[in-house]
Unconditional design. Structure first.
Ligand code: KIV
Length: 271
């Protein structure tokens, strides 16, 4: 409690303490005001405004086209809703690769304009320099290793990473480098469970897994996947806790039927 802010906000210190105390960290995505209210009120620790919003909310084929302005727009809406969780904005493709100055400026926008408390960026040792620069400028950084979706064209698809010995060694080294550079936690996406366990045990900062087994310090999922609202592509690592897609379609069909047949509106809905 003492490490939370006066507004009872989850901070990087709280997140780091959770690893020490062996308490699982719960992260979910949210991209808009109403869903951010729901996940915050339910007690989530970290709300990630992921660039997955490009696919889930905007209908892009990948996260590659997502822009800084789109991310800022959605992060602002989420920040207006969230009172307790830490809000992390996801740096979109090419917002941090072009130059270190651009990277710092764009990361700063998430905090200054959009009300986030941290940023996430994909990549290993190649982003260690900018991670260090952001962290020393006071910007909390979540790193992201394994399947980094912005590199889908380089990977040739959404495939499990770190299966071969060399690739696993590189992920392990990258995690250490990013910890040393000042990242306060690391998302591990689609890597073998044994590798995620080894990385988790080798770090003092927490790992947050997605398709990375049970031994990470926390878990993250895309909200729309776990409530069954987005069924275009359901990865193996997703558990659907609800089927809102079906419920919403049923509700819409019933509405159409009732309007067409004059059942809705009733007297009680009129003035
Ligand atoms: O963009 C995103 O939502 C993510 C998570 C799935 C980790 O990067």
């Amino acid at each position: 409690m003492s490490k939370q802010t006066s507004t009872n906000r989850i901070t990087t210190a709280v997140i780091r303490d959770m690893k020490k105390k062996n308490e699982k960290i719960c992260m979910l995505t949210a991209y808009d005001f109403p869903t951010a209210l729901i996940v915050d009120e339910a007690g989530i620790d970290v709300v990630l405004v992921g660039d997955s919003l490009g696919m889930v909310m905007l209908g892009y084929d990948s996260t590659v086209p997502v822009t800084m302005d789109e991310m800022i727009h959605h992060t602002k809406a989420v920040s207006r809703a969230v009172k307790h969780a830490m809000v992390v904005g996801d740096m979109p493709f090419m917002s941090y690769q072009v130059s270190p100055d651009d990277a710092l400026y764009n990361a700063g926008r998430f905090l200054k304009e959009a009300g986030a408390q941290g940023v996430k960026l994909e990549g290993g040792r190649e982003v260690a320099g900018i991670t260090r620069r952001m962290a020393s400028a006071g910007i909390p950084v979540v790193a992201h290793l394994g399947l980094t979706p912005q590199s889908v064209h380089q990977f040739g698809g959404y495939k499990v990473q770190g299966k071969e010995e060399q690739a696993a060694k590189r992920i392990m080294e990258d995690a250490k480098i990013l910890e040393e550079a000042g990242a306060f936690s690391i998302v591990l996406e689609c890597v073998p469970a044994a590798l995620a366990k080894a990385v988790t045990q080798s770090l003092t900062i927490p790992t947050i897994g997605i398709g990375a087994g049970v031994d990470c310090d926390g878990q993250v999922l895309v909200l729309h996947d776990m409530v069954g609202m987005f069924d275009k592509f359901i990865p193996k690592f997703v558990k659907a806790y609800a089927h809102l897609n079906v419920q919403m379609k049923d509700a819409v069909s019933q509405y159409i039927e009732e309007v067409r047949t004059g059942v809705f509106p009733e007297k009680k809905h009129s003035f």
